[in-house]
Design a protein around this ligand. Structure first.
Ligand code: SF4
Length: 275
């Protein structure tokens, strides 16, 4: 069986950095937690927990030790609270996310009505919004942009993992909404690279296996895109691969979301080779 790996797959720079910081923070007899799951991958979260790095959903659940801020980042109130609680902090906010947060803050400070283009409930978007202040707006669709009122000064930033094509469509609609429109395209290339490599590969194989957390938005999106080109299955681990998926299949393509650890990709790759 021929098994081909996508040219870009698995951990992006920001996730790799966050995992390394969390792994280095693990120490015996010390309380160490990440604020929210470090990445959307249950196997990686479980592995960190085995090594003493737990997960809390809120600062109310901790009173001592080290708290790790994940790559999605948090708003300024959380930093103040961590400081006032006297906790040790490790900031694993991805530098690209940090740039989007600071861009939003700068626009708000300069008097722009801030618009964040992204998914409303995504933790990264929530963190950017908190830096942009109470008046900031999130737009997820062109329809929402079309129905926006006009503003004297409109400043736009993006969720780092938002689709470049959708961002362009929304910004085009916003051109009508202000005479002073400032656009900061804070999209990270990691998502685009993974998507175009996956699409490329899906066009050359009979079957695509997309590996990553079922709770990972970027992995689910990869599976949707590949599914438009060829038969596709989304799995979290090698154990989920079924023999009957591989009947009459000659070429398999493999890709993985930005939060999928290498060791899981290797296991799936090896198992596919034996099919
Ligand atoms: S996708 Fe980009 S912005 Fe998001 S964590 Fe990875 S490198 Fe950072």
């Amino acid at each position: 069986m021929e098994v081909i790996l996508a040219e870009n797959l698995g951990f992006c720079y920001g996730v790799k950095r966050a995992i390394q910081l969390a792994e280095n923070a693990a120490a015996p007899n010390q309380v160490t937690n990440t604020l929210g799951p470090i990445i959307h991958n249950p196997q990686m979260v479980a592995k960190l927990a085995e090594n003493g790095v737990g997960t809390v959903d809120s600062l109310d659940e901790v009173s001592e030790g080290t708290i790790i801020i994940r790559s999605h980042g948090v708003g300024p109130d959380i930093y103040s609270r961590i400081e006032s609680m006297g906790l040790n902090m490790i900031d694993a906010t991805c530098p690209h996310v940090r740039k989007a947060q600071m861009s939003a803050k700068k626009l708000a400070d300069e008097g722009y009505q801030v618009v964040v283009i992204g998914e409303k409930h995504h933790p990264e978007v929530r963190s950017i919004l908190e830096w942009a202040g109470e008046k900031a707006i999130v737009l997820e669709t062109v329809e929402e942009a079309d129905s926006l009122s006009s503003f004297g000064r409109l400043g736009v930033v993006s969720q780092t993992t938002f689709s470049g094509a959708k961002f362009k469509e929304i910004v085009t609609s916003l051109l009508e909404k202000s005479v002073d429109l400032k656009i900061l395209r804070t999209i990270c290339t990691a998502t685009d690279q993974r998507q175009s490599a996956a699409l490329d590969l899906a066009g050359q194989v009979d079957l695509m296996i997309v590996i990553g957390g079922k709770n990972s938005a970027n992995t689910t999106r990869l599976a949707q895109l590949c599914g438009e080109k060829c038969k596709t299955y989304h799995v979290e681990t090698a154990e989920e691969l079924c023999d009957d998926w591989f009947e009459k299949i000659k070429k398999i393509g493999i890709t993985a979301g930005a939060s999928t650890p290498d060791w899981i990709i290797k296991e799936v790759y090896k198992k596919c080779q034996k099919k």
